[in-house]
Write a new protein. Structure first.
Ligand SMILES: Cc1cc2nc3c(=O)[nH]c(=O)nc-3n(C[C@H](O)[C@H](O)[C@H](O)COP(=O)(O)OP(=O)(O)OC[C@H]3O[C@@H](n4cnc5c(N)ncnc54)[C@H](O)[C@@H]3O)c2cc1C
Ligand SMILES: Nc1ncnc2c1ncn2[C@@H]1O[C@H](COP(=O)(O)O)[C@@H](O)[C@H]1O
Lengths: 248, 309
């Protein structure tokens, strides 16, 4: 089985982002970029399945600017076999990403596609579900355990009340949640090796997909601020403040 | 506009997230139908019919829909879609699973986790863990929307809509339910509680988390939350996680104990009315959003707090 892992280049989760003064978006110049943390978990899971003999090849794919090659090289350094970059400078919404990924799936015929549950920039939480819909495949979202066997995959999902386990026919879509695994770091020799691994470049036009956005962003603004309150000196003072506020 | 609202329920009872989503739907404006899809869910449908501002309730009652699997549920919603301009649902684990599938099958964008309705086609939604708020206008004729329920008050009851039975759509046959492990508790749910007490990495163990946090929760009638670090370490179950990638809450009172205040945690609780932080580091970022900060060791403070209540 081949596993396809879509990875997105996003602003690093440690960066305190700033909204541009003119309301046109957030400041992205000279900001540290990294692989979406959920996608690191997806790459790790795919590698573990390959190492357990349940998959033969791990292919990573990213849709984004030329610099997304760095993100793909990170995934290759973790251990992925091969990469595909669909290069574009446009903002690509989840539906268009899913359509492009469908094109990649049709060309590569993977048995499993493992995506992150959410990109930490747009916080959409859509792409995996959309790809599953376009392919007519089953979906195991928010996964904390993934167990393929006999043409099926059992996925344990993190849901609002606890956990749910579903069984999907392969090929299928999985999206990863935080508790699935702890991603490995790439070693220096592997970072060197990754530079020579194959990376295929494509464009959106190669897949005949219209990536024009469906949402018009009218404005981007700072959230309403919250001012820091006071420090209280004791438990008794805290309790009396909360009583005075009528919240306890 | 005709609006279809997907109800959140556990077959037996309707979640109050449905009534909060109804408020958002009412702000969009139009004729609102609530869809209750489940198995043995008549009681939940009857509850939905009592919400004010609802024209009709559709009840799809079928074993196939018992566990809210995305594939048959999306097929059902898509089969109804021709009659509606807007399909809307609370941003719960269940609806986050199914609604993007619906959107893609209809070839439309999904507008995720709206926090405000500007007009019938324009909405506000947080991005970057709530550090920026986007105003977006949907250009698709049909709109698929999920609602961040912490931003909307629950609609009132007093309605008397009719309940109409409908059939499930054909099963796409690619998925099946195996099992679930759902916690049942007498405590309020995180997303509907008026008071929440949350614990972080500082609690140190599963046992200490329970020993220190739960007695206070019980005294206050509070729901219990946790930071990602506490969940990852196994001190608390996954469904207690509050934050960017967990639950988003806005109770009257939020008490953060031994939580540093990473942006991913703040994203889930900074709209709470009153925030209390208990932390031994007087420079912890959580104090920047706290109305009342108490600097000290939670192992001393929490038992004293519990006694003082
Ligand atoms: C993709 C991604 C998604 C994430 N999503 C979430 C999310 O949804 N929710 C979330 O919470 N986090 C999330 N995180 C993690 C987040 O970045 C932080 O790592 C996490 O919130 C830290 O948890 P914590 O505050 O419990 O632990 P720490 O940051 O380790 O803080 C512990 C605090 O306890 C204090 N302390 C220690 N001992 C005591 C004592 N005896 N008494 C009093 N105080 C004490 C310390 O001073 C410190 O401030 C996410 C991270 C990533 C990368
Ligand atoms: N531009 C992209 N390139 C590759 N993968 C992506 C891209 N956008 C989204 N994804 C995948 O879809 C997941 C969910 O993203 P989203 O639906 O935007 O929250 C991510 O974790 C990635 O696995």
């Amino acid at each position: 089985m081949k596993i396809l892992v879509p990875v997105k280049r996003v602003v690093d989760y440690n960066v305190k982002i700033r909204v541009k003064a003119d309301g046109t978006g957030v400041e992205l110049a000279n900001v540290k970029m990294s692989m979406n943390p959920f996608d690191e978990i997806s790459v790790e899971e795919a590698l573990r399945l390959r190492e357990a003999g349940k998959a033969e090849e791990v292919v990573v794919v990213s849709i984004g600017p030329a610099k997304a090659e760095e993100t793909l090289r990170t995934a290759l350094a973790m251990g992925a076999d091969r990469a595909i970059l669909i290069e574009t400078d446009e903002t690509v919404e989840p539906l268009a990403v899913a359509k492009l990924l469908k094109g990649v799936v049709e060309a590569e015929a993977p048995g499993l596609v493992i995506l992150g549950k959410q990109a930490i920039d747009d916080d959409s939480n859509q792409t995996g579900q959309m790809l599953a819909a376009l392919l007519g495949w089953g979906q195991g979202t928010f996964a904390s355990k993934v167990e393929p066997s006999d043409g099926k995959v059992a996925v344990t999902r993190e849901v609002d009340g606890g956990l749910q386990t579903v069984l999907l026919k392969l090929p299928a879509i999985v999206t990863t949640d935080l508790r699935l695994n702890e991603p490995r770091y790439a070693s220096l020799p592997n970072i060197m090796k990754a530079k020579k691994k194959p990376l295929d470049k494509k464009s959106a036009a190669d897949f005949g997909v219209d990536i024009a956005p469906r949402l018009k962003v009218l404005k981007t603004e700072e959230p309403a601020g919250r001012k820091a309150g006071i420090k209280v000196g004791s438990v008794a003072e805290l309790v009396s403040k909360l009583r005075a506020d009528g919240v306890i | 506009m005709a609006i279809l609202l997907l109800a959140e329920h556990d077959n037996a009872t309707l979640s109050d997230q449905t009534a909060k989503t109804l408020t958002a739907a009412t702000r969009i404006g139009g004729d609102i139908t609530i869809l209750v899809a489940g198995s043995g869910a008549k009681a939940a449908a009857d509850e939905a019919a009592k919400l004010s501002g609802v024209s009709k309730v559709l009840l799809a009652d079928d074993a196939l829909l018992a566990n809210q699997l995305a594939e048959p549920l999306a097929a059902l919603i898509v089969s109804l879609a021709s009659g509606y301009d807007v399909m809307i649902a609370p941003a719960t684990a269940s609806a986050k699973n199914v609604m993007p599938r619906v959107a893609a099958l209809l070839d439309v964008a999904q507008i995720s986790e709206i926090t405000d309705v500007v007009s019938g086609d324009t909405f506000k939604r947080p991005i970057y863990a709530g550090n920026a708020i986007q105003t977006v206008q949907a250009t698709d004729a049909k709109k698929v929307i999920t609602v961040r329920t912490a931003s909307f008050a629950a609609a009132t009851t007093g309605g008397s809509a009719s309940v109409e039975n409908i059939a499930a759509a054909a099963n796409p046959g690619v998925s099946s339910f195996v099992s679930d492990a759902l916690a049942s508790s007498d405590r309020p749910e995180l997303t509907s509680a008026t008071i929440i007490i949350s614990g972080g990495r500082a609690l140190g163990s599963f046992g200490k988390f329970r020993e220190l946090i739960l007695p206070v929760a019980d005294k206050l009638g509070a729901a219990v939350g946790a930071s990602r670090a506490a969940v990852d370490a196994g001190y608390a179950p996954n469904d207690w996680q509050v934050g960017q990638t967990g639950k988003v809450v806005a109770p009257q009172l939020y008490i953060a104990c031994g939580i540093s205040g990473a942006i991913q945690h703040l994203a889930g609780m900074k709209d709470s009315k009153v925030i209390v932080a208990i932390n031994k580091d007087d420079e912890a970022p959580i104090f920047q959003v706290a109305d009342y900060g108490l600097v000290g060791d939670l192992f001393d403070i929490l038992p004293a707090f519990e006694k003082a209540l």
